[in-house]
Design a protein around this ligand. Structure first.
Ligand SMILES: [Zn+2]
Length: 168
């Protein structure tokens, strides 16, 4: 791992399987991109099995809450027939926003692993510290910066292409 990547790491040290699941989330992010949505993907994992998947789809779904994390939480809730996702880990390509951080805590997700940091709205420390706070009953273990460059590049290339299209 490069030193600068190391420095960007946040919270608990990554586990060996973190990159594997982040690649799974990246594949979902690319599906969002193919649908012309901001490319963010999320996967919920429990006992090394997928229990929920989501990709960002607010435009397609006409739903401002349809962020990748919320879609994955709803998917897992339906699959497990349980509104509590105890012992699950959420992998998401971008640092969760305040809305998603709140939903993650409501779902009692045990751990969150995210890729790129979001200096404009991240709620895992970049702008707010909703995940990672010790003010709440439920504590979420947090690892940030896993495959951060790949996750971030996907987003910046998407926005660059969109600007180019708008300008032409
Ligand atoms: Zn969100």
């Amino acid at each position: 791992m490069a030193m600068n990547e190391m420095a960007a790491m946040l919270g608990a040290a990554p586990l060996a399987s973190d990159e594997k699941w982040m690649r799974h989330a990246l594949a979902l992010a690319r599906q969002a991109e193919a649908a012309d949505e901001v490319p963010v993907g999320a996967v919920l994992v429990k006992d090394d099995l997928v229990i929920g998947e989501g990709r960002n789809r607010p435009i397609t779904a006409h739903d401002p809450t349809a962020h990748a994390e919320i879609v994955a939480l709803r998917d897992a809730g339906q699959r497990l027939e349980n509104y509590r996702l105890v012992d699950a880990t959420l992998y998401v390509t971008l640092e969760p926003c305040a809305m998603c951080a709140g939903a993650i805590i409501h779902a009692r997700v045990a751990r969150v692993v995210f890729g790129a940091f979001d200096p404009k709205g991240g709620a895992a420390g970049s702008v707010f510290e909703i995940l990672g706070t010790d003010c709440l009953n439920h504590q979420v273990a947090l690892t940030g910066g896993v495959l951060a460059e790949e996750c971030g590049n996907l987003l910046s290339e998407f926005f660059r292409a969109r600007r180019k299209r708008k300008n032409s």
